[in-house]
Write a protein that binds this ligand. Structure first.
Ligand code: ADP
Length: 248
């Protein structure tokens, strides 16, 4: 590609390709209790990224040798639907999906009170319906909402966002085009009430100063996502309280 063909990701006014400023999140929509056959579920839309999470359990483990005597096992499957990307993706789990399932599981394990349910399993399914960057982060945000919706005791919700570096500028919540062309991409997830980072990955290069700044920027975005998560959960319980007041 010649330098003339180079895609302009940040214009002279500091606007990104979708009109956002460097510290802006994409528009976010969240809903819980979206699947009737799961114990808990959530839908999260973040710009063009759309994910659904379903939680089952705690329930009996099959095969039994996978059970832990002192706590629940957590199984997690992150999967991209074949229609979620511009070119059809094979439905078979890729190495990337297997790796993401593992890091997402580890992040979620850090907040679930698994010791309350020995010898059981909690199954978490994350299905990416439409991929436009930041799918692991939206998946984590949705999965923690689905755990709460299932009534599984957790220390905190998990909120996640990816920070990128574009033309030397740190930007929040990168989309697919930005992800493709950025100098660095740093997905992060936190248990926000504890100010605890539960997932931090880096693709590309950031200096130590940039890394600290990127983490601070990510935290700002995560706190906004966390507020939306809490509002989404409250809305469900306000609705059910209103309904029971009508009935009684
Ligand atoms: P994340 O979605 O968590 O940012 P990646 O950085 O690996 O994970 O992917 C960035 C984006 O690239 C995805 O959100 C998606 O839009 C796109 N992408 C990833 N894998 C594929 C694939 N197999 N086919 C097409 N697009 C993909």
């Amino acid at each position: 590609m010649s330098s003339e063909d180079k895609i302009v990701l940040i214009d002279e006014k500091g606007r990104r390709i979708d009109g956002r400023g460097p510290e802006d999140l994409r528009p976010i929509r969240m809903e819980i209790d979206v699947l009737k056959n799961a114990d808990g579920s959530a839908y999260v839309e973040q710009g063009g990224t759309k994910v659904i999470a379903a939680v089952y359990g705690p329930r009996e483990v099959h095969p039994r040798h996978l059970a832990f005597p002192d706590r629940a096992a957590i199984r997690c499957r992150y999967h991209m639907a074949p229609f979620s990307t511009s070119e059809r993706k094979s439905p078979a789990p890729s190495r990337r999906e297997i790796e993401l399932s593992k890091v997402i599981r580890e992040a979620l394990e850090s907040v679930v009170f698994t010791q309350l349910y020995p010898r059981t399993v909690i199954d978490i399914f994350i299905e990416v319906l439409q991929a436009d960057g930041g799918t692991r982060c939206a998946g984590l945000t949705a999965a923690s909402l689905a755990l709460a919706d299932a009534g599984i005791p957790i220390r905190d919700l998990i909120a996640a966002v990816a920070v990128g570096k574009i033309d030397g500028v740190l930007v929040l919540d990168i989309n697919e085009t930005e992800d493709e062309h950025c100098e660095a991409d740093m997905p992060m997830a936190m248990a926000p009430s504890f100010n605890e980072i539960v997932l931090l990955q880096l693709n590309g290069v950031l200096s130590p100063e940039e890394t600290s700044k990127a983490i601070e920027l990510g935290k700002k975005g995560i706190m906004k996502i966390y507020e939306l998560q809490k509002e989404t959960l409250k809305k469900k319980y306000e609705l059910s309280t209103r309904r029971s007041q009508v009935v009684t």
